[in-house]
Structure formats: C-alpha cells, structure tokens
Design a protein around this ligand. Structure first.
Ligand SMILES: Nc1ncnc2c1ncn2[C@@H]1O[C@H](COP(=O)(O)OP(=O)(O)OP(=O)(O)O)[C@@H](O)[C@H]1O
Ligand SMILES: [Mg+2]
Length: 442
C-alpha cells in the first residue's frame, strides 16, 4: 500500500502531528471495545459541538483528549491513535481518511455506517477496517467535506455533487431521497492515470492504438468515447486531451469539472443546477451553444446525455472539427443508436434519415472502453464511421480486443487485434500532414 499524506492529497493545512501520522492501525489497541467506546464519545461530542477555528484547534484536541480519557489508562501509542482519530474528524474526512490516503483505493462507497465498500484493482470489496458511528456521523462528515467547497447538504438540498481539490469527485445523497440513510460515493482522482504512457503500462491499449489515437486527435477528427459506468471514459478523455495543441483555444464543458488539461489556453465551463426556487439552471446544451460564440478551436464535452447531442452534431457538421466527447453505451453500434435516440427525442421534426446523416457526417471515430470481468480496463474497439448502408450508419472496426477466456484466478485472457486494411480516416489524417502512422497499416 502506497500511502500519501492527507496534506498532499487534499491541500489540508499541515499540522504538527507527524509523530503519529503513521499510526492508523487499530491493532495497537489491546482492547477493541475500549477504542470503540472512546470513539463514540469523541464523535458524539463533535457532532453536537461547533469546531473551533484553526488557531484553537490544537488546544481543542488536547482538551478533548483529556476530557475523554479521564479514568482510562492508555499507552502513549494508544493515546496517539485517539489523537489522530480526533484529528481525522476535525480536518473533515472522518473515518474514511485512511481510505482516501490509500493510493491503491480508487473508489469509496459508504452505504451505511457499517457498510463501506472500496474499489481496489478494479474490484469492489467490502472494507471492514473503518466504520461510522451512526447516520448523523456520515452526514456530518459529508458536510465537513463539502462546506469548504461552497456546497451544503441538508433536507432542502439532499443531493450534492462536488469536486475535491485534488480532482476527486464526490456524490452524496441523504434522506428523504435515499431511503436507507445517507450514501456517500467518492471517485478518487487517479494521479497514475494521467498520460497515455500510464494507460500503455497497465495494458489499456497497445502502442499502435495509442499512436493512431494521437494522430487522430492532432488531425482534428471528431471522436466519441463510449463505455459503461466507471469504464474509464473520463480518464481516457483526459488522456486524449493531452494531445491537443498548445496553440489551440480549448473549451471544456462538464457537469462537474473533472478534466485536468495542461494546456494554457483552456476555458472550462461547468453546468449549474437550479436554486431553491427551481430557477437558474444552466445545462450542457446551453453551454455548448454558448461555446460556439467563443471562437473555439476545440470543444470538449464531458458527456453527452440529451438535448446537447443535436447541437454538437450540428457544430461538428458546420466546421467545428476535433471535438471529443463521451457517451454511455456498451458497443460502438449501441453508441450510434444512443446518439440517434437523443436527437430524435428532442428534435421530433427531423426525419430519422437526416439524423443518421448528421451523425455519420459528424463522427469520425468511436472508441469503446470497457471494464472487464477481472476489473481491468481495456479499449475493446476503435472503429470508424464510414457511411450509411441500407439506411443505417455503417461503422468498421480498426482495432479490437477479443476476450479468449479466463485464467483460474479469474483474470481475463485476450488479444488486441488490428484489421489488415487502411481505414478511410487514414486519408483524412494524412491530408493534415500526419504521416507518422503509415507503418501501422502496412
Ligand atoms: N485505463 C484505466 N486503467 C485502470 N483504471 C482506470 C482506467 N480508466 C479509469 N480507471 C479507473 O476507473 C474508475 C472510473 O474511471 P472514470 O471516471 O474515467 O470512468 P467513467 O467511465 O468516466 O465513469 P462514469 O460512468 O461514472 O462517468 C476510476 O477510479 C479510474 O481511476
Ligand atoms: Mg465519467
């Protein structure tokens, strides 16, 4: 397990507790019931009380310890652990702090005080090392996390989406919307998945696929990334965005800004939900429309889900090249169908054949990314949209990943493949002067 400090991960102000920083192991308590007893006392105090400002914090913790530990005989190691427990409560991440610090954990799902799941190596497993005292404790922790970000959660705002400072994404939903109790989900930003080299290293794609995708982005093809929930669409979008030119004006449009672009000339737009009176909503569609008046070289849309599909296809059809976006679908064909449905549902006066023409003309490449049964992410297909055949959008695969079977331990056996034909988009890429991929299709 690689641990990084909370300070580094979340820009929490450093505190002078370094001597106990690594003491997170509950094992140091000979008597687990005692620890639990202390923990409940501490947390109940904290839930009821207001936390003092930073200056008083050290004194406050010391006081709290003295108050709580009256009549208990603890070793200094145990006392140190209680100290870090309180510290974790106050700095805002509570019991899940060690999970956030653990780089091998990519997702944290709190279903109830005692029921916490984490994703490790692409697999979802129950975590029994941490727990909350009660529902109130979960809500308090959520509040502590989202308050500094300008968000709030309560009966009037029972649902919150937020992005932590390190790029991790948080969603929380509490009663009455959640019947079971407060539910917290954190998708951690993975620093080890920022470049194409990272994806090559973990086998998400092959070198030739990477070279092809780089050339496709540089040559300004319009690219659609398709995949299921948590398959790695946003991560791939972020990685492909690193191929965008440093001299281009890039506009990104997202629900909750997740993309991290290194280019300087980037304008990031984020949607807004309605206020209490149900007013003031700004949708992806509004932002796409607005972005067209901002002289973009590239428009990057985090995810297409609805009405904006039409505006995007229109933009791509009218000379806004080099857009990249993602969409929720299970195959490239499914992705085309979804796009078509999104447009037809909202633009009822346009005939199906015209919609297909729009899509065919707009999209050059569809990348399918999947989370396999062993938890690994793979680009299972890179396809091109070649035309309309018998009234349907025709797509042809260029690269693929075919699953062959499973090993005894459940890991997937499979092979990447390349079709022995030059794709149609190849000419488009060559025309823009990117010849460096000619060897791939020989
Ligand atoms: N190529 C990859 N290899 C290994 N892990 C990955 C890869 N891509 C993404 N992940 C991990 O998978 C999780 C989901 O990634 P990501 O947010 O990119 O998925 P998504 O398809 O955009 O999800 P959603 O449908 O929720 O928007 C993250 O924890 C991320 O670190
Ligand atoms: Mg996503």
């Amino acid at each position: 397990m690689v641990k990084k400090s909370l300070t580094e991960a979340f820009e929490v102000k450093p505190r002078n507790f370094s001597s106990i920083e690594n003491v997170k192991d509950y094992e140091i308590f000979s008597d687990k019931n005692l620890l639990e007893e202390l923990r409940i006392k501490i947390v109940q105090n904290l839930i009821e009380e207001n936390i003092p400002d930073d200056k008083l914090l050290d004194d406050y913790i010391n006081n709290e310890i003295d108050k709580t530990l009256v009549g208990y005989d603890l070793t200094s190691l145990e006392r140190g652990h209680v100290f870090s427990l309180i510290q974790n409560e106050i700095t805002g991440f509570g019991p899940i702090t060690p999970l956030l610090e653990d780089e091998s954990i990519t997702e944290i799902m709190v279903n109830s005080p005692e029921e916490i799941y984490v994703e490790i190596d692409g697999k979802i497993v129950r975590d029994e090392t941490v727990s909350f005292i009660n529902d109130k404790h979960i809500v308090r922790t959520i509040q502590r996390i989202v308050q500094p970000l300008g968000r709030t959660i309560d009966a009037a705002n029972p649902m919150v989406d937020a992005r932590l400072r390190d790029g991790s994404r948080l969603n929380a939903i509490i009663p009455p919307l959640s019947l079971k109790g407060p539910v917290l989900t954190i998708r951690k930003f993975n620093k080890n998945l920022e470049s194409i080299d990272d994806l090559l290293r973990n086998g998400t794609l092959t070198v030739n696929m990477a070279r092809f995708l780089e050339a496709s982005v540089e040559a300004k093809l319009n690219i659609l990334i398709s995949g299921g929930t948590g398959s790695g669409k946003t991560t791939l979008l972020n990685v492909l965005s690193s191929f965008l030119g440093y001299d281009e004006r890039i506009i990104t449009i997202e629900d909750a800004a997740e993309l991290k672009l290194n280019q300087k000339h980037v304008i990031s737009l984020e949607t807004r939900v309605t206020n209490y009176e149900g007013e003031g909503e700004v949708t992806i569609r509004d932002l796409v429309r607005n972005s067209l008046r901002m002289r973009p070289d590239r428009i990057i849309v985090g995810e297409v889900r609805g009405k904006e599909a039409f505006d995007m296809m229109q933009a791509m059809n009218t000379g806004h090249e080099g857009s990249i976006t993602t969409l929720h679908a299970n195959t490239p064909v499914d992705a085309m169908n979804r796009l078509e449905t999104m447009i037809l549902m909202n633009e009822m006066e346009i005939p199906v054949s015209a919609v297909r023409g729009y899509i065919e003309n707009a999209i050059d490449i569809v990348i399918q990314i999947d989370r396999l049964s062993d938890g690994k992410r793979k680009i299972t297909s890179i396809s091109e949209v070649v035309g309309i055949k018998n009234g349907d959008i025709e797509i042809k695969e260029i690269f693929s990943f075919k699953q062959k079977g499973l090993m005894d331990d459940g890991s997937v056996i499979g092979e990447f493949g390349l079709y022995k034909r030059k794709p149609n988009v190849y000419d488009k890429i060559i025309k823009k002067g990117f010849t460096n991929i000619s060897d791939i299709f020989e």
